[in-house]
Design a protein around this ligand. Sequence first.
Ligand code: C2E
Ligand code: CA
Ligand code: CA
Length: 333
Amino acid sequence: KRLQDSLEPPFLIEGIPIAMEACIGVALLPEHAADADALLQRADVAMYYAKQVAADYAVYAAHLDPHSRERLRLLAELRDAIQLDQLVLHYQPKVEIKSGRIGGVEALMRWQHPQRGLLYPDIFIPTAENTGLMNPLTQWLLRDALHFQRTADTVPVRLRVSVNLSARSLHDAHLPHLVENALVSSGVSPRQLVLEITESAIIHDPEGARAVLTDLSRMGVWISIDDFGTGYTSLANIRRLPVNEIKIDKSFVLGMLRDRSDEMIVRSVIELGHNLGLHVVAEGVETQDVYDALAAFGCDEAQGDHIQRPVPGDRLLEWMRTTPIWKLDPGGF
Ligand code: C2E
Ligand code: CA
Ligand code: CA
């Protein structure tokens, strides 16, 4: 507490008062570690946790630890999962509101785990983020999604396929190369590929992100900013990046008819996005009412369980063949 208090008053650096906040991680000997190195490493884990939840301090606990045995086991299994073909992509359609057509699909990763059943990406992607696994994972993802795009050419619509890139791969200078290879070997045109990048991935290193995004954009792939609205980026920052699309985060869309401020955010993002020449997508559309409101606000595309939840590729193609949804007028589900 004394340490924290002493860091509270602003520091004068070259005459400029700089305010700082300190997060403290606590690890105890002998409860948490047997030697000094391990003790520091665990205090570090606690400190990162404190930062993450914006607490003044945190005490070490095994479940906070990215190196805990549970997480390490999952990582080891994930390494094999790629080879053992346990990863699958599910696809969720996006409807172009004006025409009522399916304009594209988003690939969402699942892990068919032999013991634990179907695992969702929130469980294993963050764990894989800071390991060498992200690269093979992205490679697999691109190959599979582009393969699906080719298969989907048999239905009478041109599908754009969107894939999610992790924050980590965005700062990997090899990414453009990886994407290019995947496009060349699949024969899919770059225009049919959308790369979704979360807003928060960009804030951490806008310059690095810009370099990679510029390379990708030159190849002709479409760049989309995911979870827009959660990262407090101004649209002015986005404008300096080669971005084509923004996706309004589902946290605003889900309850926008109940919460006035959510509705205002959705409307403003649509309007500002359009003023900047961006395509605007709303995710998390669960009801016809929300779909109709988005149509009234002039939103370009809608995605959500109301239209179709994410399903395996063959099921989605079947659904598209049997549901002539893209021929219906907006509001006609
Ligand atoms: P996201 O990119 O924001 O994906 C949208 C999430 O919203 C998906 O969750 C989807 O199933 C869910 N969703 C779709 N429609 C609705 C709806 O109407 N209501 C509600 N409540 N939810 C809806 P999912 O599949 O669990 O994916 C979670 C996150 O994991 C994704 O969020 C994305 O950030 C990440 N992710 C998924 N696949 C990949 C991948 O292949 N690579 C990477 N790096 N991240 C992935
Ligand atoms: Ca996404
Ligand atoms: Ca999202």
